[in-house]
Design a protein around this ligand. Structure first.
Ligand SMILES: Cc1cc2nc3c(=O)[nH]c(=O)nc-3n(C[C@H](O)[C@H](O)[C@H](O)COP(=O)(O)OP(=O)(O)OC[C@H]3O[C@@H](n4cnc5c(N)ncnc54)[C@H](O)[C@@H]3O)c2cc1C
Length: 499
């Protein structure tokens, strides 16, 4: 063992140097700093993982390595199980302390962090995990006011100062950042948004200063949403942007606006303030959902309302494979659902409303259990954030204790947010020639119209895979029968037997 004392900064989903508490604290020690990223086989092999995620993460790691090198010690990359990697480093160096952020992600990571905590204890190495957002460990959301006040306090605090220099670890091999071939991953085929800390900053500032001026009006319009939305989600998910930075920057813009001369205010437009406020609210919602998962990590695998167990088929028995496949590939015969799924498969992103609509359709109309659709969506979203994902899926499936369930009729949604059917035509080329009259329900075309518009239903584009009205009515009845007694019991503090 080398006698070199080091502080390890263990990077996970916080791939940045700015506003990074663990990096700041390690540098403050005055000892050599070993910034570490572990390529974990359990992450790469998870059913929620997609090669596109690695494309994004790898780009982040490359930039992080460059940024840390400028400070004096480049990123060290190792592949393997976290405890094994840390044990090897502890055998090589005198590890005085390990720093990391608290993680609220999936059960796999909760267990991994538990194992590292146990190992560090047996080695008598202090392992300090610092909060990285508004999530408060050990606090239930039932104490909402207490939670909100702690979060508010954190969002007000100045960001952690980036160290001016890091004392290097003498003689350490930096390790290679593996590519897709080395990890035996298929090459990513998606058109992804750029990754890395500098891109995160550009994305945020571009949104706050000009792109987001009509966010409040355009974020639900299918063709405009990709440009009008902030698109910071993958950066928040992989931590190339800290949520505190996002909150403080939006507040700064709101404050600036108040003091702007009238002419400049006019230039920014009437919707500007509302758009910025909406963005700030979304950031709060993000932390709130994450707090829900932090308190109840089993939301990833189990219904929040136990009465839903067994309602929808799940597992091998009775699993409606054909319905799921049609939904995943955009072949359900519901143009907005299909266009959304194909756009998602191409880009790795959807706005909130379309995410909610495709999930609501899968859960209520195709009657698919959310656990069966979660992996496909997780793989599809570049911004996959387990702590948000499962809460959303359960809410839309009606299996949480939330008061109401939201319903999204794909035809109404299309008419409202894509009245000319442009989004649908863009992503469903087989419907490109169909007139506005039939674009939302092409199955209503006569045979003569099908020939005229060059789209034969059942050959070029499927007929609706289910009857929307009938499946909606059936879902409402079945959900209500289970939800009413459970919600009532929850409200009055009674415990209901599960099953
Ligand atoms: C079924 C379903 C699954 C989802 N899974 C994810 C996921 O895995 N990862 C993820 O980041 N978001 C998820 N969301 C939330 C939301 O749809 C995305 O955050 C948003 O579309 C990302 O685009 P944006 O960054 O341009 O968001 P903006 O609308 O610009 O919002 C800014 C930020 O606020 C947060 N946010 C926005 N909407 C919500 C919301 N409804 N709930 C909680 N936080 C929100 C996100 O961090 C987002 O980046 C999911 C939503 C649904 C309905």
């Amino acid at each position: 063992m080398s006698t070199q004392k080091v502080h390890i900064v263990w990077y996970k989903r916080d791939l940045r140097i700015k506003d990074h508490g663990p990096l700041h604290k390690a540098a403050e020690s005055g000892l050599p700093v070993l910034p570490l990223y572990i390529v974990e086989p359990t992450l790469i092999n998870a059913p929620t993982f997609n090669p596109a995620h690695w494309t994004f993460i790898r780009q982040c790691l490359i930039e992080l390595r460059e940024n840390l090198a400028k400070l004096g010690q480049q990123l060290v990359v190792r592949t393997g199980d976290a405890v094994q990697v840390l044990s090897l480093l502890a055998a090589e160096y005198d590890v005085e302390q390990i720093w990391a952020h608290e993680e609220t992600t999936d059960l796999r990571s909760f267990m991994r962090d538990d194992a590292v905590r146990d190992w560090a204890k047996t080695q008598s190495i202090p392992f300090d995990e610092m909060p990285k957002n508004g999530v408060v460990r050990g606090l239930s959301l039932e104490r909402r006011d207490a939670w909100k006040s702690i979060r508010q306090d954190r969002m007000h605090k100045p960001p952690w100062h980036t160290p001016e220099a890091l004392k290097p670890v003498v003689g350490i091999a930096p390790g290679h950042i593996p590519d897709h071939d080395e990890l035996k991953l298929a090459r990513n085929q998606r058109e992804l948004q750029p990754a890395g800390e500098s891109e995160a900053e550009k994305m945020l500032q571009g949104f706050l200063l000009w792109r987001g001026s009509k966010f409040i009006q355009e974020e639900a319009i299918h063709l405009k949403a990709p440009a009008a939305s902030s698109r910071v989600s993958p950066h928040l998910a992989y931590g190339t942007l800290s949520i505190r930075t996002a909150v403080q920057e939006v507040r700064k813009q709101l404050k600036n606006f108040k003091h702007m001369p009238p002419q400049e205010k006019r230039q920014r437009g009437k919707l500007w303030v509302g758009s910025l406020r909406l963005f700030e609210t979304r950031l709060l919602l993000r932390d709130e959902h994450m707090q829900q998962t932090e308190w109840n990590p089993s939301l990833e695998i189990a219904h929040e309302m136990s009465g839903f167990d067994g309602l929808r088929p799940y597992g091998n028995e009775g699993w409606p494979m054909a319905l799921r496949e049609a939904w995943e590939t955009g072949r359900t015969g519901f143009p907005l659902v299909d266009a959304s799924m194909r756009f998602l498969n191409h880009s790795g992103w959807l706005n909130y409303r379309l995410r909610a609509m495709v999930v609501s359709f899968a859960a209520q109309n195709l009657w698919l259990d959310w656990r069966g659709i979660a992996p496909h969506l997780a793989q599809s979203f570049t911004d996959f954030e387990p702590a948000l994902h499962y809460v959303q899926l359960q809410q839309l499936s009606g299996t949480t204790l939330n008061r109401g369930i939201r319903w999204f009729d794909p035809v109404d949604e299309a008419k409202r947010h894509d009245p000319q059917g442009e989004f649908i035509r863009r992503w469903l080329p087989e419907l490109a020639g169909v007139s506005k009259t039939y674009i939302f329900q092409p199955e209503h075309m006569s045979i003569a119209d099908q020939n005229r518009f060059g789209c034969i239903i059942g050959r070029d584009y499927p007929a609706p895979i289910v009857n929307y009205q009938e499946t909606t009515a059936k879902a409402k009845t079945q959900l209500q029968a289970i939800r009413s007694p459970q919600v009532k019991a929850f409200d009055s503090g009674l415990e209901l037997p599960s099953g």
